[in-house]
Design a protein around this ligand. Structure first.
Ligand SMILES: [Zn+2]
Length: 105
């Protein structure tokens, strides 16, 4: 899973809105970029892992309710604190400028 395939895009080949294509968070580059990056993430959502398909003991995956990208992973059976509802990008955007979409409020 962690092995990189030769065909896998490198950071420089990624669209500039891809979270891995820039250092830090999109909000570091201003509101306009952060909002564009959010739109890009919403339009290019990763395939989500269905926790029910994983073997017992696997960590649980949670996805951002605004953009659909991974927001959190938790070990199976966690109970202390709930998983993040927003990914790092969306929570930074919400904090800095407010989310442009109603579902994040
Ligand atoms: Zn998000």
């Amino acid at each position: 899973m962690n092995k990189k395939l030769a065909s896998e895009p490198t950071a420089t080949m990624l669209p500039k809105m891809h979270p891995e294509a820039y250092p830090g968070l999109a909000t570091d580059y201003g509101k306009e970029f952060a909002v564009e990056a959010l739109k890009w993430r919403q339009a290019n959502q990763p395939k989500q892992i269905n926790n029910a398909d994983l073997y017992a003991g696997s960590p649980m995956y949670y996805y951002c309710r605004v953009c659909g990208w991974l927001s959190d992973t938790k070990p199976e059976g966690w109970f202390l604190n709930p998983p993040a509802k927003l990914c790092r990008e969306c929570s930074a955007l919400k904090e800095e400028y407010g989310l442009p979409t109603p579902e994040g409020t």
